[in-house]
Design a protein around this ligand. Structure first.
Ligand code: ATP
Ligand code: MG
Length: 383
């Protein structure tokens, strides 16, 4: 009897002609998520099975699989021969110790000598005889033993369906460059685009030495957590220190943030285009801070031609926080390290900056040289 993890997929089956492609990408993603664990991944009709992992690793396999987008549900169970004795031996292992239960059988192999009902009745009877603390309740049992009789002389026996994250396989919806800070919002924004199948690449801006190694470590850690879902392999980091010094020295203080953001967008677009990435992604949410007004977003959009996706634009902070907690990034995001945006932060940032004013102040800087210089500092961190 072999312990296995059973995976069922979500939206993929909706994709008609593209189904084969979606399934291939999904398989590759499952393999990526299981990297470093001994296993075999096998496609059977309508589901995937992870087999041959080391004893005691079922939970780890399930935990990793649970983070892959496209997984509709998954179960830890047993793969056994379809004789009644073998199915009963597995059923005993997944059945509860006490309380009410039922057996629910699904029969893909229609030539099996017993019907689904008969199999359930037989196994239920044996379980009852084996353990007097159990009782059957077919209407609302506390536990269910699921039996799935397959066509290859095998059966799957498991005790629960765990809900997957849904979404689409990462890599089936183009590529985006997430501007990732050490904050709460941007990792959530990246998660949401990855969930829709986008391949999310990462770009971080730092102001070393005004920001320290702790701030960088924090972003690396966030990127690693995010990459469990997005399967991203690396993080790019660019220094905006000189840009901030120049803005601080030469431009109106209330425009500090606005001008810095325009530089970030320009640099991000340059990096994206070089890598064939199709859009930018930010964690902005309308009205959350002074720079996230429609005027602020318009002023940033004005310097780039790629689309800018802002998946959190309509979310309240509480909603973003509760998502960050579910994803597992929240505790890292709230560690107290300075982000580059808080260095040189003006006391009264402009809330609705006018474009002529922005352009006049920006005219005091050699924008092109500063962008090129910043891109020259690009460093790649493998995750
Ligand atoms: P976050 O929680 O994502 O930091 P925030 O509420 O602090 O967001 P801002 O600091 O105004 O908001 O940043 C808005 C967006 O700009 C971020 O969500 C992120 O996409 C991008 N951004 C901000 N700072 C950086 C940075 N240092 N590196 C890369 N992107 C950044
Ligand atoms: Mg921030």
């Amino acid at each position: 009897m072999e312990k296995v993890v059973i995976i069922r997929y979500a939206e993929i089956h909706l994709k008609g002609k593209n189904r084969g492609y979606f399934e291939r990408v999904f398989s590759v993603n499952l393999e990526k998520s299981l990297k470093g664990l001994r296993h075999e991944l096998r496609r059977t009709s309508g589901r995937w099975l992870v087999e041959k992992f080391e004893e005691g690793y079922a939970e780890e396999v399930a935990e990793r699989v649970s983070k892959v987008f496209g997984v509709h549900s998954y179960s830890i169970g047993y793969l056994v021969g379809n004789s009644m004795d073998e199915m009963f031996a597995a059923a005993k292992l997944v059945a509860p110790r006490t309380g009410s239960f039922k057996v629910e059988t699904h029969r893909a192999y229609k030539k099996y000598p017993l019907t689904s009902m008969e199999i359930s009745a037989e196994l239920g009877g044996r379980l009852l005889a084996d353990n007097p603390r159990l009782r059957v309740d077919v209407r609302s049992p506390e536990s269910t033993v699921f039996v799935d009789v397959r066509e290859n002389g095998k059966a799957l026996v498991f005790g629960s369906f765990e809900e997957g994250r849904g979404g689409m396989p990462v890599g089936t919806s183009g590529r985006g460059l997430l501007m990732i800070s050490g904050g709460i919002d941007s990792p959530v924004a990246g998660y949401m685009m990855a969930k829709r199948g986008m391949c999310v690449e990462l770009l971080h801006f730092h102001s070393y030495p005004y920001t320290n190694d702790g701030a960088k470590e924090k972003v690396v850690k966030l990127s690693k957590i995010l990459s469990r879902y997005s399967l991203t392999a690396r993080l790019s980091a660019v220094s905006v220190t000189h840009i901030q010094e120049e803005i601080h020295a030469k431009c109106a203080a209330e425009l500090n943030v606005t001008l810095l953001r325009r530089f970030m967008f320009r640099i991000a677009e340059r990096v994206a285009k070089r890598e064939g990435i199709q859009c930018l992604i930010t964690g902005e949410s309308l009205g959350q801070v002074a720079s996230q007004t429609i005027e602020g977003m318009t002023s940033s959009n004005a310097v780039v031609s790629l689309p800018v996706l802002r998946p959190l634009v309509g979310f309240d902070k509480d909603e973003i926080i509760s998502r960050a907690k579910k994803i597992g990034t929240y505790d890292t995001s709230v560690l107290p390290f300075e982000d580059c945006c808080t260095v040189f932060l003006p006391e009264h940032p402009a809330i609705k900056p006018r474009l002529e004013f922005i352009e006049r102040e920006e005219g005091k800087l050699d924008v092109e040289a500063l962008v090129a210089e910043a891109i020259g500092t690009l460093e790649i961190i493998e995750l």
